[in-house]
Ligand binder design. Structure first.
Ligand code: CTP
Ligand code: CA
Length: 228
């Protein structure tokens, strides 16, 4: 256990992290999902805990071990994730890494849908709550609120627009185009841009653990700056 304050720059801080995909049920056996593995979010939770923070992690369905020192809450759907985030606030810092499904089915089928009948069923979708935007506009807004942005084109430009639209402090943008399954979504490495009110910092491509450490360093610097 490391008690050197230089090594525990987030001591006494509560850092809330969301990670992973969400699953939106269609019927008892089917769901809508996405390719998020949860690895970048889990790495950030781990790095924040290493920096001495109290870390709560709201995780969608992933197959990952809980990092040491992290308190984990599992959820399935976006609505469950929204409720859990609300319950766990306030926090000093929130990092919303989860790839929240933008839509869910309008009507959950209580029974398994059957093939019988002529035409395939149409999925009618409805929009999910925007957890990040809700937190940004809420009474319990963390002092430092960080969103992620998954983009496949015009990455930095879209991230700048998203930062303003959502009312968050930083957007960490990553390019999720590239090979399906072995690219950023599901892969080991990530290349991100940190978009703040001050400008854009481009980090080189590196393992997700290193991206996490770099981000936590900047979080610690930002909190130290606020204290003056
Ligand atoms: N997010 C959220 N709730 C949603 C959708 C997204 O909290 N219902 C959060 C994500 O966790 C991420 C940020 O918003 O931190 C940006 O997610 P992204 O999918 O890139 O942005 P959207 O606003 O959903 O826009 P779009 O997918 O249309 O680009
Ligand atoms: Ca989205």
């Amino acid at each position: 256990f490391d008690t050197d304050p230089d090594h525990r720059p987030l001591f006494g801080k509560h850092v809330l992290v969301t990670a992973g995909p969400t699953h939106e049920p269609i019927d008892p056996v089917r769901y809508i999902a996405n390719r998020s593995s949860g690895r970048q979010g889990f790495a950030i939770a781990a790095a924040a805990a290493n920096a001495g923070a109290r870390v709560t992690l709201v995780a969608g369905p992933v197959s990952l071990e809980t990092p040491p020192g992290v308190e984990r809450f599992d959820v399935e759907s976006a609505e469950e994730m929204a409720a859990e985030v609300k319950r766990l606030l306030p926090a000093d810092v929130a990092v919303m890494v989860a790839a929240v499904s933008d839509w869910r089915t309008k009507d959950f089928a209580e029974q398994k849908m059957k093939k019988r009948g002529s035409a395939p069923p149409a999925l009618i979708l409805t929009e999910n709550p925007d957890i990040l935007a809700t937190v940004a506009g809420g009474t319990n807004r963390p002092g430092l609120l960080i969103g992620f942005a998954a983009e496949t084109e015009d990455v930095v430009e879209n991230a700048k627009i998203k930062r303003k639209r959502k009312g968050v402090d930083w957007i960490v943008a990553n390019d999720v185009s590239g090979p399906v399954g072995t690219g950023v979504m599901g892969g080991n490495d990530n290349q991100v841009y940190i978009v703040t009110s001050e400008g854009v910092e481009t980090l080189e491509e590196m393992p997700k653990q290193d991206v996490a450490r770099a981000l936590v360093e900047r979080i610690a610097e930002a909190l130290a700056g606020d204290a003056h």
